[in-house]
Design a protein around this ligand. Structure first.
Ligand code: DC
Length: 217
């Protein structure tokens, strides 16, 4: 069984998707981490961002492995390194690259092939798993999302202001939604869940009931 969770940055997708996968005993796929890892590899190798072919050629040579909320790039745990503001900013070069997307969507399908999975990203219900059994579109108000992102950055010891985070988020939302390949979009058959004012447990309870509807007595 495949459960897809798509939505904008800061809606709480990662926390909720991981908790949902734990509750269901499913594999958890953080596909945003994969795009971040390709961008980090590009940064380290000094690829020219103006030449998309360079990143496209690099992506298939990389070993990208997911283990719950950890990600390994060529065997190195880069779970923290992919979350810096710099990597967040340049990940658009990976996310907007059609060849990189094709490669990562293939990888996502292969990883979910033999397992029940909760897979989280922007295009999981629309492009990667259009026949998924349960599709969720998780969202929240821009301010709520920016506050979450700011708290995450502060927890990592990075400094930022709410205004900066809001501006960067707006730019990223626009880029995600207007991208030619794999844009952020709600699948026609996805259920929208707005997380404002809800605790993580409340959201996860709601999603569990969507995946496994309570039986009528
Ligand atoms: O969810 P995140 O913030 O870690 O995602 C990082 C970037 O990757 C973000 O700009 C959107 C992009 N992304 C994507 O294009 N497709 C996905 N399936 C997941 C993330």
């Amino acid at each position: 069984m495949i459960v897809t969770i798509d939505g904008p940055a800061g809606a709480g997708k990662s926390t909720v998707a991981r908790a949902l996968a734990g509750r269901l005993g499913f594999l958890y796929l953080d596909t945003g981490a994969m795009y971040r890892a390709v961008a980090l590899a590009g940064l380290r190798r000094g690829v020219d961002w103006e030449k998309p072919d360079e990143l496209a050629a690099l992506a298939p040579t990389l070993s990208i492995e997911l283990d719950d909320d950890r990600i390994f790039l060529d065997g190195e745990d880069v779970s923290r390194a992919i979350r810096t503001q710099e990597v967040t900013r340049i990940t658009r070069f990976a996310a907007g690259n059609p060849d990189v997307r094709r490669h990562l969507v293939d990888l996502q399908r292969r990883l979910a092939e033999k397992h029940d999975a909760v897979t989280e990203g922007r295009d999981q219900g629309t492009v990667a798993f259009p026949k998924a059994d349960c599709k969720i579109y998780l969202t929240a108000s821009p301010t709520q999302r920016a506050k979450r992102r700011l708290a995450d950055l502060e927890a990592q010891g990075e400094s930022a202001t709410l205004e900066n985070v809001l501006a960067a988020q707006e730019a990223r939302d626009h880029g995600d939604a207007s991208r030619e390949v794999g844009p952020l979009a709600k699948a026609a058959d996805a259920v929208e869940v707005v997380t404002d004012g809800l605790s993580i447990d409340q959201v996860v309870d709601r999603l569990v009931s969507l995946v496994r509807p309570p039986q009528a007595p």
